[in-house]
Write a protein of this length. Structure first.
Ligand SMILES: Nc1ncnc2c1ncn2[C@@H]1O[C@H](COP(=O)(O)OP(=O)(O)OP(=O)(O)O)[C@@H](O)[C@H]1O
Ligand SMILES: O=P(O)(O)OC[C@H]1O[C@](O)(CO)[C@@H](O)[C@@H]1O
Ligand SMILES: [Mg+2]
Length: 483
């Protein structure tokens, strides 16, 4: 059989009408090379565990929607896939050892598995803030209402704990109308409070049958557990995750929503740091940006600003004193330019900062380690260094910590559009009966990815790739390798 196989079953029988299994893979001849086997990630579907009698496929109401005129190609088939990897080296061992992982393409299906009149939706936001959370909520509400005619839509208040602690808020398009212009989350969010039994009991008691979970990596791990418990209880409930994280630390998808807005906001802090540094004798502008365990915001803000002399991220260890260290580099930069700008991600240098045992063990309510302020520590180390080595020369460090200013803002236009597409993709997938999945762009096209896969994969800065080399070429900063 030529075609696409799912990882669970090496040779899936191809069936164009089946919403839920492998898809058709034509042999594609390319310059004499044959792409014969593509591995299609199996997407959980309600039909996997519920009896057929409980589920009735029905035509998509978009068919009758006066604003849509579904034509050939409008509906996505189970044979429409997005390839995970699109860059290949055609030399060497091609094609036998080349992984060609594929995901189902996101979008409306011809048949749906929910009667819109009986749909009861729960939307929840968890974890830290991120630009665009309100846009996703707004677009879920408006999309469910306008595209599918769903009327029972509820916001679960204050994160996971809201499933068992408070009454959900009923939402309508009129109510959420201007939410995309507001930062934060109108539904409120929180960390911790994940009690699986109580959450799933809450879902059952309130009769929710579609659950949209907006959150970061921790939230996605929680969503996997909810999905598995729902499946274990054989509930007719579809669970989907919409990845949110200003840190951009969620894997597989191209980027997370709100990230671009945060990078844009960071420019203001970097500009201010440059102005302060330039206007002082031996001036250093120091900016701390978010990024708990990943330095994406710091990296992108550095590349887009071009005013940064040194970018410090958690993925790349650094040191202060000695040959090849930060002080030696800054000494040179101050001598050559008279000023320098440093961008440091909050998770960088944590192993260098002295701390008490209590500080080492401190965790937030979700169990994430609480970091010490790398910016404050660096400022004080810089001052000590200068006072020791250049006691008679002027020196200024201006430390700017825009932490919450870069995330507690409304999404920019690009992120707003992105949030809309994410929300609508999620709705189409859920209405089609898929569950335990995440929607997101892979190589620019929207795909459905199994939740557990997203929950497992972390997106870290690859300090071996061209982007990091580009940062280094822009800043000429050292590699921080001790010799
Ligand atoms: N491994 C896990 N299993 C179940 N629930 C989890 C897990 N990790 C975190 N959670 C729950 O998910 C919610 C959000 O987690 P967390 O505070 O880590 O934020 P996040 O989703 O990672 O977002 P961000 O880090 O971008 O702010 C919390 O309610 C937390 O209890
Ligand atoms: O202070 P809070 O709300 O716990 O959030 C801080 C954390 O949230 C994030 O914005 C997202 O994970 C991190 O960059 C940061 O460490
Ligand atoms: Mg997180």
């Amino acid at each position: 059989m030529a075609g696409i196989s799912s990882p669970e079953t090496a040779n899936v029988t191809i069936n164009k009408d089946n919403n839920n299994s492998g898809a058709v893979g034509e042999e594609v001849a390319a310059e004499g090379l044959s792409f014969s086997a593509v591995t299609l990630r199996k997407l959980p579907h309600l039909t996997d565990y519920l009896p057929k009698s409980d589920l009735q496929a029905r035509p998509n109401p978009l068919e009758r929607n006066e604003f849509f005129h579904p034509t050939e190609g409008f509906y996505i088939l189970s044979s429409d896939v997005i390839l995970r990897q699109i860059v290949y080296d055609l030399s060497g061992t091609f094609p036998s050892t080349f992984p060609r992982l594929a995901y189902h393409r996101a979008g409306p299906r011809r048949d749906i598995y929910f009667d819109p009149a009986n749909v009861r939706v729960a939307i929840v936001t968890c974890g830290g803030l991120c630009p665009g959370m309100n846009t996703v909520i707004r677009e879920l509400v408006v999309g469910l209402w306008e595209l599918y005619g769903v009327r029972e839509i509820y916001g679960v208040v204050s994160g996971y704990r809201g499933f068992y602690t408070s009454e959900p808020k009923q939402l309508s398009p009129k109510m959420v109308h201007g939410w995309h212009k507001r930062g934060g989350t109108v539904l409120e969010t929180s960390r911790g409070g994940f009690d699986l039994k109580k959450i799933v009991d809450g879902i059952q008691q309130r009769g929710f049958n579609q659950v949209y979970i907006i959150g970061g990596d921790g939230t996605m791990r929680g969503a996997v557990e909810i999905f598995e418990e729902v499946r274990r209880r054989k509930l007719n409930v579809s669970v989907t995750g919409i990845p949110k994280t200003v840190d951009n630390d969620v894997g597989i998808i191209d980027r997370s929503f709100g990230f671009q807005t945060a990078v844009e906001m960071a420019q203001q802090a970097i500009n201010a740091a440059r102005v302060e540094a330039e206007s002082a004798v031996n001036g250093i502008g120091l900016v701390k940006l978010m990024g708990r365990s990943t330095g994406h915001i710091a990296l992108y803000a550095t590349l887009s600003s071009r005013d940064v002399d040194c970018c410090l991220i958690p993925e790349n260890d650094f040191f202060l004193e000695g040959k090849g260290g930060l002080f030696e580099f800054l000494e040179r930069r101050l001598r050559d330019n008279g000023h320098a700008v440093i961008v440091v991600a909050e998770g960088a240098g944590q192993d260098l900062i002295p701390r008490t045992d209590a500080q080492s063990e401190e965790k937030d309510e979700s169990g994430n380690p609480v970091f010490l302020d790398v910016g404050g520590w660096l400022k004080s180390e810089l001052k000590k260094w200068w006072a020791r080595d250049h006691p008679n020369e002027l020196f200024t460090v201006k430390y700017i910590d825009p932490t919450y200013m870069i995330r507690a803002v409304p999404a920019n236009a690009t992120d707003n559009l992105y949030c809309t597409l994410l929300a609508h993709s999620a709705i189409h997938g859920v209405m089609a009966g898929y569950t335990g999945f995440v929607s997101g762009p892979i190589n620019g096209s929207y795909a459905y990815i199994p939740l557990d896969e997203v929950a497992k994969e972390k997106n870290k800065v690859n300090t071996r790739d061209h982007k990091w080399a580009w940062v280094r070429s822009v800043t000429s900063q050292p590699d921080f390798i001790r010799t």
